[in-house]
Design a binder for this molecule. Structure first.
Ligand SMILES: *[C@@H]1O[C@H](CO)[C@@H](O)[C@H](O)[C@H]1NC(C)=O
Length: 258
């Protein structure tokens, strides 16, 4: 009996210690952000990942936290993925509108396929969570802003239906590309910050998108193993992102997920 009690005690201790340890490890994980400020006609701060998408995609989900400092020009391009065949293979944009809230949108395979939403809650100077999802087979597309509070969402079908996003191109965060890795112009520069950029080779459902956007790394529960898998994109994993900063793109800490 004594021995059994001891085992119960020891097992409980291990469970409590393990989950506390995992909790602390993930909660305390240093979160960082990329800052893009002060583009000029000769200086284009950016974060680049060559071979940015390593497989042909017929569906994806791309999520990120964005803080837009200003809309320097009428349209900014936070995420630019350029291949040899299309410099706008996958491109996200923020376009100023008359009511002061930028429209949030994307292009696939060049600008003939354009899709956007205007969210009254999207403001400059604050962090917003933005997810874009698409699948080729029926052209289902979705953009969700702030899924965890004041959700703003739009879906459509027949968007770039039957198209494909080709592997091997270059991702640029901060500057729009006119060819892979270059062709930047001042009036297409992004001015602001990024964190938690995650990209998946699949469409996630609304529930999964909600979970990604709630900063799962600080919402650990006992099923943390399961969540761990969910928050890490298989195409882009923010904890292991592989981007290189150029021209003054700054990496710094952020408390946004603490
Ligand atoms: C990717 O798609 C291109 C066609 O655009 C094709 O030539 C290539 O073989 C594909 N690569 C893989 C690994 O599927």
């Amino acid at each position: 009996m004594r021995v059994q009690l001891f085992y119960v005690f020891a097992t409980t201790l291990v469970i409590v210690w393990t989950s506390t340890f995992a909790d602390a490890a993930r909660r305390g994980q240093p979160m960082y952000k990329f800052e893009i400020f002060g583009s000029t006609s000769t200086r284009f701060p950016r974060f680049i990942r060559e071979n940015g998408i390593n497989r042909n995609l017929t569906e994806f989900t791309l999520c990120m936290w964005l803080k837009v400092s200003s809309l320097v020009s009428s349209t900014e391009y936070p995420f630019s993925y350029a291949t040899q065949r299309f410099h706008n293979e996958l491109l996200t944009f923020l376009e100023s509108t008359d009511d002061g809230h930028p429209s949030v949108g994307m292009f696939i395979n060049d600008v003939s396929h354009k899709f956007a939403i205007v969210c009254p809650t999207f403001s400059l100077g604050d962090w917003h969570r933005v997810c874009y999802a698409w699948r080729s087979v029926d052209g289902f597309a979705m953009i969700v802003v702030d899924p965890d509070k004041d959700p703003c969402e739009v879906t459509m079908t027949d968007f770039a239906k039957g198209k494909m996003i080709q592997l091997g191109g270059t991702i640029s965060l901060g500057q729009e590309q006119t060819f892979p890795g270059g062709g930047f112009t001042l009036d297409q520069s992004f001015d602001g910050e990024y964190t938690e950029v995650q990209m998946f080779s699949e469409i996630l459902d609304t529930e999964q998108i909600f979970r990604i956007s709630t900063c799962l790394s600080c919402e650990v529960d006992r099923s943390y193993n399961y969540e761990e898998q969910e928050i890490r994109g298989d195409i882009i994993d923010w904890m292991n992102h592989g981007f290189v900063g150029y021209d003054g793109g700054v990496i710094s800490g952020t408390n946004v997920c603490r």
